[in-house]
Design a protein around this ligand. Structure first.
Ligand code: E4P
Length: 214
């Protein structure tokens, strides 16, 4: 499983990229709004920083508008992936982008059928939102496992991005159940690095070393 970072914050993206583990970035309108910057300018900065896929979401609700917006976004850099919501109009746009060889990430996936439809329309990625399902008392991880099984059974090449990740257990389970990618907020990425026994071990090694030098 590969790692994407789920943010539009350029400092966090640079920090994550320096770790050598970053395969891509996902943004959404809420994440961009939080930054208070121009969307296109920020996408230029991100695509200059990160080689992998950078998802940029369209806000139009009709296929025609999505296609127009998506073409403009895709013109920013070759590694832009157009993020499209899972609707009838979204599927039409995904098909058009697929014909134009523009990569797509179908977002707001909450059922296996939605993922299958998105894949058949030509999506490069599908993003099941685990945390938001957990929030309403459904098991988000079961959805990832189900989609992974369906894609495997039917030899579908669309990649599964485990999204709406809230904590490290989501990451471990997404990897276990067959997500190709986890898109994680910077906070969760930091939590993945840390372990109290690692910190304790470093402290002890350092203390023993310093004692031996007296
Ligand atoms: C994914 O592409 C989305 O940007 C993201 O994971 C949404 O997560 P949230 O439910 O924490 O907003």
């Amino acid at each position: 499983m590969k790692f994407f970072i789920d943010t539009a914050n350029i400092e966090d993206i640079r920090e994550a990229n320096a770790l050598g583990i970053l395969a891509g970035v996902t943004t959404n309108p809420s994440l961009v709004a939080k930054e208070g910057v121009s969307f296109h300018e920020r996408l230029k900065e991100i695509t200059a920083e990160v080689e992998g896929s950078v998802s940029a979401e369209v806000i139009s609700e009709d296929a025609e508008g999505m296609i127009e917006e998506g073409k403009e976004l895709a013109a920013i850099a070759p590694n832009i992936t157009v993020k499209v919501p899972m609707t009838m109009e979204g599927l039409k746009a995904v098909k058009a982008f697929s014909d134009l060889n523009i990569k797509t990430n179908v977002t707001l996936i909450f059922s296996a059928n939605q993922a299958l439809l998105a894949a058949r329309a030509g999506a490069t990625y599908v993003s099941p939102f685990l945390g938001r399902l957990d929030d309403i008392g459904q098991n988000g991880m079961e959805l990832v496992a189900q989609i992974a099984q369906i894609f495997d059974t039917h030899a579908i090449e669309t990649e599964i991005i485990a999204a709406s990740i809230r904590h490290p257990i989501h990451v471990t389970e997404a990897a276990t159940y067959g997500a190709h990618i986890a898109t994680v907020p910077f906070k969760v990425l930091s939590q993945l690095v840390k372990h109290p026994l690692t910190d304790q071990g470093i402290k002890k090694f350092l203390a023993d070393w310093n004692d031996s030098q007296k």
